[in-house]
Design a protein around this ligand. Structure first.
Ligand code: MTE
Ligand code: MO
Length: 228
């Protein structure tokens, strides 16, 4: 389990797997799917209901899915802001809702077209917390520690960036990041933090989880990570 996703891009549009994990990782990289290639383990049985479907591959860096309890879950939005907020799930759902249809790209080469998302505009949430003049970026914390990522404020304000709590007409599924994940269609999947539990306004963007392992900090689809 070495390089990001264990899938290397060799030349234009060609993907080969490293030999590390056999056929499981060939097909699914560092996804929960790879757990099915080996002996039955407690992790495999935990994740067994979550077979990828609809073209998705389910990724986690810990091999487990953070629990979600609707009554105790909170999203903390703070840092360099005038009005920090702690939102319960019901409070999140009560914010103005937006819907969009957008395409999702993982940097390892798979794409899911026309995903129907429902949720909250990130720019709307940003306006509510009122970043201070020193704030230049947002830090996104996953309940799946240590997954983390960042967007600059201009990136975070793009018109189709959202916190999604619904996917294809139903509440976001556990394996896709329930109860809420970041969605930024113009950037590769690794920026789309699942199991979001906190957002901090910070002075500048730091290095995200997969960026520390080699992916580009500029994650624009088709214009980074060796794609031209
Ligand atoms: N917390 C967390 N978020 C994550 C990841 C992860 O491993 N953990 N993987 C990222 C990557 S690389 C991709 S392509 C997408 C995959 O989304 P999916 O698991 O819903 O298919 O989630 C992103 N968000
Ligand atoms: Mo990805």
């Amino acid at each position: 389990m070495s390089a990001p996703h264990e899938e290397k891009r060799i030349g234009r549009g060609v993907f080969l797997a490293t030999v590390a994990g056999g056929i499981g990782s060939l097909a699914f990289g560092k996804s929960v799917w790879s757990h099915f290639s080996g002996a039955v383990s407690p992790i495999a049985s935990t994740l067994a209901p979550f077979l990828p479907k609809g073209g998705w591959r389910i990724y986690t860096v810990t091999g487990s899915i953070p629990p979600f309890d609707r009554s105790t879950w909170r999203l903390d939005v703070g840092g360099l802001v005038d009005h920090p907020m702690t939102l319960s799930y019901d409070e999140l759902r009560a914010l103005p809702r937006v819907n969009q249809i957008s395409t999702f790209h993982c940097v390892t080469g798979w794409t899911v077209k026309n995903v129907h998302w429902g949720g909250v505009r990130l720019s709307d949430l940003m306006d509510r917390v009122a970043p201070t003049s020193y704030a230049g970026a947002m830090q996104f914390l996953s309940a799946e520690t240590p997954y983390i990522d960042y967007l600059s404020l201009p990136e975070a304000r793009l018109h189709d960036v959202m916190l999604a709590y619904e996917m294809n007409g139903e509440p976001l599924r556990p394996e896709h990041g329930a109860p809420v994940r970041l969605v930024i269609p113009d950037m590769y999947g690794y920026k789309n933090v699942k199991w979001l539990k906190g957002i901090n306004l910070v002075h500048e963007a730091g290095i995200g989880y997969w960026e520390a392992l080699g992916y580009d900090r500029d994650a624009w689809v088709g214009r980074s990570n060796g794609y031209t």
